[in-house]
Design a protein around this ligand. Structure first.
Ligand SMILES: [Fe+2]
Length: 228
């Protein structure tokens, strides 16, 4: 397996191309914005882009979907069913962050409607890219239909905005729920062995073992107390 990371958008989002070395089949995870470097990498390495896979529908993860799909029209577009409403709201998403419409263009946040997904992957499904086998796991909490995917033989998991090195995803945006996110992380990510490398949607890679031992949201150092 080859993993190529492109740090894109003002949000420093990790767009990735994951490919099977044996077959040159590839998927792009979360194209954050239109990128000539991303397209050139796929073409220059003779990769067969079979899919654009979206962990979730936030603008910094899906903003380049239309441009990439236009370059590779045979690639399927996968997003969880529960995430479609947020995904289709892409042109309105900057409003969630308090950005006003007259500011959209200057900030590069004037999005057109995104292309229709071709399929909704389900929890428990195994998605194959050449010889690679990714288990799809539904992890609500950051958003309603966030998915992460693990490759057991390669010992890697792609966690989008659920879990980062030393912290977790924000839960204050529409569809966010702190308790649900912690539950999702424990069931779907921390259930993996310590040696799994975690590829996050922002920031550096980490491991399941390191997060289990040091992430304050998982060790119990930070707790959310129910309000009375
Ligand atoms: Fe996000």
């Amino acid at each position: 397996m080859l993993i190529k990371t492109f740090v894109l958008t003002a949000f420093q989002q990790n767009t990735r191309v994951v490919s099977c070395e044996a077959t040159h089949k590839a998927m792009c995870i979360d194209p954050g914005e239109p990128s000539a470097k991303l397209v050139d990498y796929i073409r220059d390495n003779d990769l067969d882009l079979q899919a654009i896979v979206l962990t979730h529908g936030h603008l910094d993860h899906v903003g380049g979907t239309a441009a990439l799909a236009a370059e590779f029209p045979d690639a399927e577009i996968l997003i969880h069913k529960d995430e479609e409403e947020l995904y289709f709201a892409l042109p309105q998403q900057p409003l969630f962050m308090g950005i006003q419409p007259h500011q959209f263009a200057a900030l590069g946040l004037d999005y057109a409607d995104p292309p229709r997904p071709t399929r909704n992957p389900e929890h428990g499904e195994v998605y194959e890219v050449g010889t690679l086998k990714f288990s799809i796991r539904h992890c609500p909490g950051h958003t309603l239909g966030h998915i992460v995917f693990a490759e057991e033989n390669e010992r890697v998991v792609f966690t989008g905005d659920c879990l980062f090195s030393g912290t977790i995803g924000r839960t204050d945006l529409p569809g966010g729920d702190y308790e649900r996110l912690i539950d999702s992380i424990n069931k779907n990510i921390m259930s993996l062995d310590d040696d799994f490398t975690i590829y996050c949607g922002h920031g550096d890679e980490t491991t399941v073992g390191r997060e289990r031992a040091t992430n304050p949201f998982l060790t119990g150092m930070y707790r959310s107390e129910p309000s009375s």
